[in-house]
Design a protein around this ligand. Structure first.
Ligand SMILES: Nc1ncnc2c1ncn2[C@@H]1O[C@H](COP(=O)(O)OP(=O)(O)O)[C@@H](O)[C@H]1O
Ligand SMILES: [Mg+2]
Length: 264
């Protein structure tokens, strides 16, 4: 099978792809992210875990310029992001994002949805983008839906199209915020498998997920957030086998499947 993305890292560049330093985000007086710092090397997968309200979505949104920040810096490819809307518009072609809700335009076909960003924002020729789109659609076995409207697709298909749409922009970083959270259980796997494949192909990714088995498999690094601070920063393996804090331990227990004893 061909690679999903043409833009996976090929250099041995040591500069982190993304570097977040002392990031602060507040809504009014409510400080939601407090002094967040981390570096994401190229080709690595970071998984953000933490209880509801800990700031995971807000952090992801800050990394795509959907929220203004009140302090700290974001560097992408070694360059500080100044944060103008014009700059973010350009960066959003390099930093792809997929959300929980299916954000396809309902009045456009699958192909029109996918072609919009590359042709209108990136100003690439349709003749160049179309073969790439068709290759990706074939790759995720959705070619037959090329001219379908989003309402004709299942939730899992819509999310895979949303991922294809982001990939067609040739992003260097992909952000995923609970992309399987509103899917019926039987559709979760097809979306997770696509993300696992991207990870295997060394796409740099930051992933928020409640799927713990998936998180364990995909994470190079886990950042565990609580109340807007990074409480733990561990390799995926270490976090899941021996979390350092009681808070992370009880979080993992709360996420684990119900045992027979508990169900009685
Ligand atoms: N637009 C907003 N206005 C005010 N408060 C918000 C807004 N979005 C999120 N928050 C608050 O920020 C905190 C973190 O939320 P969020 O990032 O959604 O957490 P998570 O994704 O980890 O569940 C919560 O206390 C939430 O109520
Ligand atoms: Mg969230």
């Amino acid at each position: 099978m061909a690679e999903l993305s043409d833009n996976v890292p090929t250099t041995t560049d040591e500069t982190p792809l993304l570097s977040v330093k002392h990031l602060r985000k507040a809504y009014g007086d409510h400080e939601v992210l407090k002094d967040i710092s981390f570096d994401v090397p190229r080709g690595k997968v970071f998984v953000l875990l933490g209880p509801s309200g800990s700031g995971k979505s807000t952090l992801i949104r800050c990394l795509n310029g959907l929220e203004t920040i009140q302090g700290g810096t974001i560097e992408f490819k070694g360059k500080p992001v100044s944060g103008t809307e014009k700059e973010w518009r350009k960066l959003r072609t390099e930093i792809g994002m997929v959300f929980q809700s299916y954000d396809l335009f309902p009045n456009l076909t699958v192909a029109q949805n996918i072609l919009l960003g590359p042709t209108k924002v990136q100003k690439r020729a349709k003749s160049e983008v179309e073969p790439q789109m068709d290759r990706l659609l074939a790759d995720v076995q959705l070619s037959e839906y090329r001219n379908a409207y989003p309402r004709e697709l299942s939730g899992g298909q819509k999310q895979r199209i949303a991922i294809v749409r982001a990939l067609t922009m040739n992003p260097e970083l992909m952000l995923f915020d609970e992309v399987t959270a509103s899917l019926d259980p039987e559709m979760v796997r097809e979306v997770l498998e696509l993300m696992l494949r991207l990870a295997k192909e060394h796409m740099t990714m930051i992933v928020v997920t409640h799927e713990m088995e998936f998180a364990r498999r995909v994470a190079d690094t886990v950042l565990f957030l609580e109340n807007g601070v990074i409480l733990e920063r561990q390799s995926g393996e270490d976090f899941f086998t021996h979390p350092a804090t009681d808070r992370a331990r009880s979080f993992l227990e709360s996420m684990s499947p119900i045992t027979d004893d508990e169900a009685k």
